[in-house]
Design a protein around this ligand. Sequence first.
Ligand code: IMP
Ligand code: MG
Length: 178
Amino acid sequence: MHPDITSILYSEEDIACRIQELGAQISRDYQGEKVMLVAILKGACIFLADLIRCIEGEVELDFMAISSYGAEAKSSGVVRIIKDLDSDIRDANIIIVEDIIDSGFTMKFLVKYLKARGPKTVEIAVLLRKYMDKQIPVNPRYTGFDCKNEFLVGYGLDYAGRYRNLPYIGVLSREVYE
Ligand code: IMP
Ligand code: MG
């Protein structure tokens, strides 16, 4: 285990199993319909790569890059679009693919932003959702794991750009960011 990680929450095997289930669920729900995954860079890229290969049927892909954290372990409450969609999403079945929902602020922004572009449907596939008291309700249709309110890294999730390459999801030692 990496020395900055205090515990492993989800192992490689846990993650792979859960993503297969999510992929199967998405495949069933969209039978005969095309879906467009909109993955949120950078954190969601590893989740996306595994999820898309578990979905049967016609799938298209686009990316947005946003920033709400900077080098902090707490959201700044301001969402900045760094890269917008390449595609016209009018009448598309969109699934937003995101790494984690914390306050819900980023996801609320994204749903509103994408809905304004006239898609047929907008759903959310999120790998991790933290339990918190004052979370903005965003109701993801597909959630990998509900987890404790701790700062998590690995499997795409970073702290100040680091730890994305860990194959598991772990709790970051407070000593690193406090
Ligand atoms: P929210 O707007 O507070 O829901 O924050 C969502 C964004 O913050 C996600 O897209 C992540 O990039 C980042 N984030 C929130 N919690 C964590 C965490 O525990 N580890 C790494 N990134 C996080
Ligand atoms: Mg993110």
